[in-house]
Design a protein around this ligand. Sequence first.
Ligand code: SF4
Ligand code: SF4
Length: 222
Amino acid sequence: MEREIDLKDITDGKLYNSNDMVKAGCGDCEGCSDCCQGMGESILLDPNDIFRLTVNLECSFDELLQTCVELHVVDGIILPNLKMVGVSQRCAFLNEKGRCNIHTIRPGICRLFPLGRCYDDGDFQYFLQIYECRKEPKTKVKIKNWLDTPELKKYERFISDWHYFQKDVQRILRGIQNEVMVRKTNLYLLEQFFREPYDGAQDFYEQFYDRLDMAKKHVGIG
Ligand code: SF4
Ligand code: SF4
């Protein structure tokens, strides 16, 4: 979730790239699952997350919506997020031992935590949220290892492109007075990036950029 925050209040005051070392290592989260509970709507899912989940769990986006994912509006755009369930508001993928049932395909925000992303000038850098994970002692880890994400350069390009596309869409939607049009645009984007099944045998990024090109034309970007 995007927030307007003063980074110096919540970070160590530094910005990082994926080759940097950062003090985020938490001993494989042994005995802790704090950031998998009570997270509200904050674990947003992007098209890459939905590709990973639907392909590996062999299900549709609508089936995810029946169990572990929900929709909410973020600055005018309808986006999916991981659903917290039950009295203790746990992620639906958190098992009774306090471990993640989908560790190898966990969403990008789960891989990132307790790092965050600071977007600027068409790109982004990482920052370390120093109050979010309280497990001690912390060890230094290389960010690219922490993210545990294949084809990291492609992934980072995708993260930027998805972010700035959403910013453009938000700007366009703010200029539309007609509520029906706003809803139609949102339903189109939901279909285009999330409901329309991805092909697990094909490269995700090729599929995403085809869809992005179409969506930009549809909403009038570029
Ligand atoms: S709060 Fe820290 S130690 Fe606990 S599960 Fe999250 S990242 Fe792991
Ligand atoms: S998907 Fe896994 S890592 Fe992410 S919040 Fe759920 S249980 Fe935790």
